[in-house]
Each structure stands twice: as C-alpha cells, then as structure tokens.
Design a binder for this molecule. Structure first.
Ligand code: SF4
Length: 138
C-alpha cells in the first residue's frame, strides 16, 4: 500500500519521467509503474507530505508544507468524494476521476504549478477518460 496526498493523484496522470531530481524521478517512476502494472494496488490518502515528498530534494525551497499545496490536496480529494485516511485501489481512483474530473480542472486547481503549462496533466486526465490508464514511462 502507498500513502499519497491529494494532488499527487493528478500528478501521476501527467507523469512522463520528469521531476525535481534523479532520486525523486526514480521513486516516482517506481510508484507509477506499480500502479500501471497492478491497478489493484491500494492507496491511502494522507494529509501533508507523502511517499513522493520523501524524495523531494533538500536543495531549494521545500514546497511540500506550503499552505496552498495543502489546499490543493483538499480541493482534489473533495472533488472526487475522498477523505483523509480512506483506502482505495488505484483502479477505483481512476473510476472517480472519470466520474468527477475533467481535463480543464487542472487549469483551476493547479493554477500556480510550474508543471501545468506542459499540458501533460490535462492529457493524462483525457487518457483516463478514454480508458487508457497510466501512460508507460521509460
Ligand atoms: S499541474 Fe502540477 S500539481 Fe497539477 S497535476 Fe500537474 S504536476 Fe501535479
């Protein structure tokens, strides 16, 4: 089982192997691959820093404790009818995304994120709607 904060559910959809450091990318790629290969993997929703934040590099600003990131987590969980502490299979999270999320939500929910302009997160949501699941990352 993995422990994830709300906004990382969306980040995983747009993940294409880019990240803050090599260690961060290796960790995220491992998680992403596990979910892709086994969509029945369990996820527990946590408040604040999670198993991806653990590998956020020490250099530079540590944004994982920023208030607006907590707000983003809360908005995303509420949007999908999810709560802190709840445990769901990844495939059920994908179902919730199909039911409650549209690609343009990224423009609003993730307005201040520096990765947003790449367009990959919106693309990831579109692919979930198309029933494609997570995209393969090399
Ligand atoms: S725009 Fe940023 S916060 Fe939003 S899903 Fe993409 S990477 Fe995550």
């Amino acid at each position: 089982m993995f422990k994830l904060r709300g906004h990382h559910l969306f980040c995983l959809l747009g993940y294409r192997g880019m990240g803050y450091s090599q260690e961060y990318v290796e960790n995220m790629t491992r998680l992403h691959r596990t979910l892709r290969n086994n969509p029945k993997t369990l996820i527990q929703f946590v408040k604040g820093p999670d198993q991806l934040c653990e590998k956020y590099p020490n250099s530079g600003e540590y944004h994982c404790q920023n208030e607006h990131i907590y707000e983003r987590d809360a908005v995303i969980l509420a949007k999908m009818g999810l709560e802190i502490g709840q445990i769901l299979k990844w495939e059920d999270i994908e179902s919730r995304i199909r039911k409650h999320v549209i690609p343009s939500d990224i423009q609003v929910v993730c307005e201040t994120c520096s990765w947003r302009s790449f367009g990959v997160c919106e693309e990831g949501i579109r692919e979930i709607h198309d029933g494609k699941g997570l995209r393969e990352v090399q």
